[in-house]
Structure formats: structure tokens, C-alpha cells
Design a protein around this ligand. Sequence first.
Ligand code: PLP
Length: 363
Amino acid sequence: MSAIFNFCAGPAMLPPAVMQKAQKELLNWNDQGVSVMEVSHRSKEFIALTEQAEADLRQLMEIPSHYHVLFMHGGGRGQFSAVVNNFLGNDGNALYLVDGSWSQAAVEEAEKLAGKDNIDTLELVSNIDGLNHVSLPDLSKIDKDYRYVHYCPNETVDGIEIFESINSPWPVIADMSSNILSRKIDVSQFGLIYAGAQKNIGPSGLSIVIVRDDMLALPTLPQSSIMDYRLAVKNDSMYNTPPTFAWYLAAEVFSWLKSVGGVAEMEKLNIEKAKRLYHCIDELDFYVSGVAKENRSRMNVTFQLTNAELDSQFLEEAKAAGLVALKGHRSVGGMRASIYNAMPLEGVDTLIEFMKAFAAKHS
Ligand code: PLP
């Protein structure tokens, strides 16, 4: 079978080297004679794996020692409710910045749990001449007390990324599900970072939480034990049986990332991949991007064909050429090429060649 490049937004492609290693180890992990799925999470071998995974992630993201690293259940959406239940208590307010579909979904979950009166929102995106622009508000001018401000620096569906940092008088919580580990970030600017694993880390269902120690002193409510950060910290993310296979794969992805030069190298590659693909979209009248240049996502490249009647033919021919999962999210239509860390430059170049040939054929 010739090479397939998988542009799925998530679950997304994982590094082939990791998948090959996992395949080899499937029936005999770490000389145990059984799969990693079949060993106790409390065994010394599995604990060693979790310690290595945490150490690697700390090194990759330069996570300061007063932050806890948690491996939890429930993916990205699980954290939409966890942050509310863990930090708002009976009477707390929170501010949610909205720059696309996922930050809006987080608002809806927060309003459901905390009540609309306790959740304020600010829309960051304005459409000027057909292009979505993000502008960040000056939060220091707001005369209200919030427990936290929540935002999503990379909107997977809309292809919008926020590169500037959010200056806030309140702790900043970021949903980095689709851009964690794609570029260097200063963890110390955040009260909490979370990410569903299925884009840059590993299998879906797992979520990574990086939480500053003082956040755990905020008032909380009685809540589901498995989503309680304090219990997760106390029990080393093993209050109940954790998703062990997902944790193992995440550990392998961290180790792979270190072997290819860490986040700095990955960032360089991601800049190059995105630059080439957006250049192709801008260069040909056949395609159009709806996002202002400064807010174009490096991970999820959304674009439209100027003749939408050719959409299904584009997808069919792309698939035949080994370029799969390019259909845009159903809420926005068009195309979306998700080019997370595991997507090699070769995959992006192959897509560009295809896009040029398709445009030439149909112009
Ligand atoms: N947040 C962002 C930015 C996402 O892209 C996604 C899923 O794609 C989610 C949250 C929801 O993640 P999950 O499906 O793991 O709940």
C-alpha cells in the first residue's frame, strides 16, 4: 500500500515510529510477557512508565515545579466541566473568551453547571471583509472579580489560533487540546492548561492537565471524584484505574518528541508546514482562507474552494491520491487540513502538489 497522509482533526495521526514500536510491544511489553494493557497500573513497571512520562513532559514544556501534571479521563470536554466544578464553588464567577466553536462549547458547559449569571463571555472574533480577526481585550480594565479566565488558543474547527499571551489579573485557563506541544509556551503564565490527547499526544479519552499548585486552594463543590484535581494530585492520577494504554502511548509520543529535538524543533517544522500550505492557498485563486493572516492556525488549516460545487470531487480525488480526512467540520464546510506534530513535511508537500494539480485541471 502506498503512503497515506491522514489530515484528520482528531483522533489524528500518531508518529509512525511510535505506532511501529507499540505494534511490536503489543503482546510483550517491557519483557512482561503480556501487553501493557494487561498489567496492573500499580505495578512497579507501570509506575516507572508514568514517572518517565511526567518527567519527559515536564522537560518538553519546561513545566515549573509548582505545577502538577495530571493524566485524567474524559478528554477535552471532561475538562470543560472539571474546571467549573473544581474552581467556582458556590458563588464564583468566571470569564470566558470566545474565539470559535470549542470555546463556545466550554461556555455552554460552564453555564449549565454554574448558572448563566456566574459566567461572563467576551467575543474575540470579528469578521472584516470576509476574514476572521481576533482582537484581545484589555482585561485589566474590567472591574469585576473572576476566579479564572478561560480561553482556547487554537480553535480546531475554525482554524483560528491566538499567538499572543492573555494578560489577565485572574488566573488563565487554556484549552490547548489542538496545539499543545506544537510550539513553545510559557507555562508560568497559566493557572491551568488542559488538552484532550487525540491530536498531539495519543489516543482519545485521555486528557493532560497542568495545574499550578495555588489553584487547588480555590473553593470547590462536592463533585465526581474522578474529576477532582485535588484527589488526582493526591493519588498520582490513579484515584481509579487510569486509561493505561493511552498513558503508555502518550509516554511513547513524549519520548519520540524528545528524540526529534523537542518542542523547539517541532515549532520550526510546524511553522514551515503551515507557511507552505497557506502560501499555496493564497497563491491560487482557486482556494481561499477565511482567517486573517495573523490568526491562521498552524495546526488546522481551513480553506474553501472558490467553486464549492467541486468540494466532493476534491475530496474523492484527494482520497484516491492517499490524502485523507480533508473535509471541513460540518458546521463550517469547506476543507480542513490538520497538520499536527506527527504530519511530516512530505505529507504537506504532497497535499500542495495535489491542490495545484486539481486547480490546474479544473480552472
Ligand atoms: N477542545 C478542543 C480545542 C478540541 O479540538 C476538542 C476536540 O476536538 C475538544 C475540546 C473536545 O475534546 P474531546 O472530544 O476529547 O472531549
